[in-house]
Design a protein around this ligand. Structure first.
Ligand code: GLN
Length: 603
């Protein structure tokens, strides 16, 4: 097993995660099998209890692990399936050590950060790196480890110490350290400044780690003399310094690395030059070109909580993007804050209300994503009603599906107080109820989580066709509530169709409205398994329906014929805010792949 460690310096938000995923992709393109580990030095055991509005979305894995969104980037770029143990946190490591201490495994010794915590980190890395994640047997060839945070953070110190020991232990030729740093350009003189990188490399060395490769974020390619200076002061050969300059979207990053021969430097560092082939990225390059040249728009209204942080719905946005690229459409996401669609907004802020409704009405399709808590629920219900009544393509995910059912029960069955017990525990018409196996006292890891099977009980439905006429699908879940099985027959008699259910037939997984061009709600989260080049079936359905091409896709069993791109402009995905005066903060992994940080650096 060979290890590539990716660290970050100078500032956070440099796109370290995407860089690490791109390195993995590049090595995979060289014919190597790649796995990855993300280290998050925070104390939380996992991301499950962390607010997506502060930290970005909680990504869910097949095994039910609730993890950092960077694991989503790895799964998407490398087309692999990771496990919960591929995300290491300080909380998990301490928990592991505490458990050992309570069992008496330390034989009366004083338990300390060095060596006990640092040993636990190294053991964890070695154990998890061996888990096959690409569907093949046996361990991968290379494990890419990303250390979250920035060099110098107090909480990452034990990890740095452990990784220093680890690199020494596995030895040169088995370990390659890539340090992602920033080379800012001072506007006054337009000069690329190397000092911040020099300092951060010095910090890294001071902690016992020596970088083999520098990946420098900057607006433009580094000038030769700048590279020379970095090489001299950081003791890294100039050919091992690559620039991650601004590009139109993140799919360019692996290509950027390849063009600068980053793979050669890494393979050399890992003693793999003779084993690996030249990177094969034909399909990836072609798709990136299609993405760059998209022209005809497709507009999707995302009706959720307004947060100002697009990372809160990262996988949904990525899944929309994959489907739009497959349909050769330029994705425009219009963000509609659900609460602004509500009657109360009409009274309190009529302009805001009008703008929100104009946004919704201007969209080709409506998506209501997952969520928790009652804020904006009424607005989401109104959006589902609008889509249902006006025959606008609709996809409801998790809470979005529950909302669609509540709306139908209210409007069509006339049950005006129909609700979820999550929002109104006293409702006389509970359409959505707490699942019996859930826990109301413990929040972390107690939902119905991870991959579960959904069987199609109606095989001729739109969803089954989109999935390629299969009998069942395995998708990832994260919920506490479910559609009340007692009201299914009433809803079905009124025209709603529960086409997908769990193995008991009692738990509703997919709902459709057969009389509507495309109205689908799912209890699971299909966004987590969408990949560039392999869009999620239901997202493809939504986008195809939104551009009037659903029939063609259905005839082709859920595939899009590879037609030629029609349009040659420099189109990128756009996130448009309908929130008055609001700006969307584009943080790590943002929808159009444009990265920004405080220095205005982006790619
Ligand atoms: N709050 C809902 C539930 O727990 C929906 C969850 C979600 O959308 N992920 O069932």
């Amino acid at each position: 097993m060979k290890y590539v460690l990716v660290t970050g310096g100078v500032v956070s938000g440099l796109g370290k995660g995407v860089t690490a995923s791109s390195i993995g992709l590049l090595l995979k393109a060289c014919g190597l099998r790649v796995t990855s580990i993300k280290i998050d030095p925070y104390l939380n055991t996992d991301a499950g209890t962390m607010s997506p509005f502060e930290h970005g979305e909680v990504f869910v894995l097949d095994d039910g692990g609730e993890v950092d969104l960077d694991l989503g980037n790895y799964e998407r770029f490398l087309d692999i399936k990771l496990t919960r143990d591929n995300n290491i946190t300080t909380g998990k490591i301490y928990q592991y050590v505490f458990d050992k201490e309570r069992r008496g495994d330390y034989l009366g010794k004083t338990v300390q950060v060095v060596p006990h915590i640092t040993d636990a980190i190294q053991e964890w890395i070695e154990r998890v790196a061996k888990i096959p994640v690409d569907g093949q047997e046996g361990p991968a060839d290379v494990c890419v480890i990303e250390l979250g945070g920035t060099i110098g953070d107090i909480e990452s110190m034990p990890f740095i110490e452990a990784l220093g020991q680890f690199s020494y232990r596995v030895g040169p030729g088995n370990f390659c350290l890539i340090h992602v740093s920033l080379v800012p350009v001072l506007n006054v003189v337009g000069e690329q400044k190397t000092k911040p990188t020099q300092h951060s490399v010095r910090g890294l060395r001071g902690l016992g780690l020596t970088p083999n490769i520098l990946a420098c974020r900057s607006t433009k390619a580094l000038e030769e003399n700048v590279k020379g200076k970095l090489a001299q002061f950081c003791h890294v050969p100039a050919e091992n310094i690559v620039t991650l300059y601004d590009v139109p979207n993140i799919w360019h990053i692996p290509l950027l690395l390849k063009d600068q021969k980053a793979h050669e430097a890494i393979l050399k560092g890992l003693n793999l030059l003779g084993v690996a082939r030249e990177p094969e990225l034909k399909e990836w390059t072609a798709r990136t070109k299609v993405f760059d040249e998209l022209h005809d728009p497709v507009t999707i209204a995302m009706v959720g909580k307004y947060t100002g942080l697009s990372d809160s719905y990262l996988s949904v946005l990525k899944a929309l993007l994959h489907a739009s690229v497959a349909c050769h459409r330029k994705l425009i996401v219009k963000w509609v804050a659900a609460s602004e669609l509500e009657d109360i907004a009409a009274e309190e802020a009529p302009d805001v209300y009008k703008a929100a409704w104009d946004c919704l009405k201007g969209a080709d399709g409506v998506l209501v994503p997952g969520g928790f808590g009652d804020r904006g629920v009424q607005g989401k219900i109104l959006a589902a009603k609008y889509a249902r009544e006006k025959n606008v393509p609709f996809l409801g995910i998790c809470l979005g599906m529950q909302i669609a059912v509540i709306e139908f029960a209210r409007s069509v069955l006339g049950l005006h107080d129909a609700n979820s017990t999550e929002f109104d525990p006293e409702t006389t018409n509970p359409c959505v109820i707490f699942m019996p196996e859930g826990s109301k006292t413990h929040m972390g890891g107690t939902m119905r989580l991870g991959s579960r099977r959904t069987y199609f009980n109606v095989t001729a439905c739109t969803s089954a066709k989109l999935y390629g006429n299969v009998n069942f699908v395995d998708e990832r879940h994260r919920h506490r509530y479910e559609v009340n099985p007692n009201i299914i027959s009433h809803l079905e008699n009124a025209g709603l169709s529960f086409v997908g259910r769990d193995e008991t037939g009692q738990r509703m997984e997919i709902v459709e409205l057969p009389s509507h061009p495309f109205f689908v709600g799912v209890q699971f989260h299909p966004e987590f398994k969408s990949r560039p080049g392999k869009p999620s079936a239901l997202f493809l359905g939504l986008i195809a329906a939104a551009c009037g091409r659903l029939e063609t896709v259905l005839l082709d069993n859920g595939h899009v014929k590879r037609s030629v791109s029609n349009g040659m402009s420099n189109g990128h995905t756009m996130v448009r805010m309908c929130k008055n005066g609001g700006t969307m903060k584009l943080a790590n992994g943002s929808i159009n792949g444009v990265y920004r940080n405080g220095n205005g650096v982006h790619f």
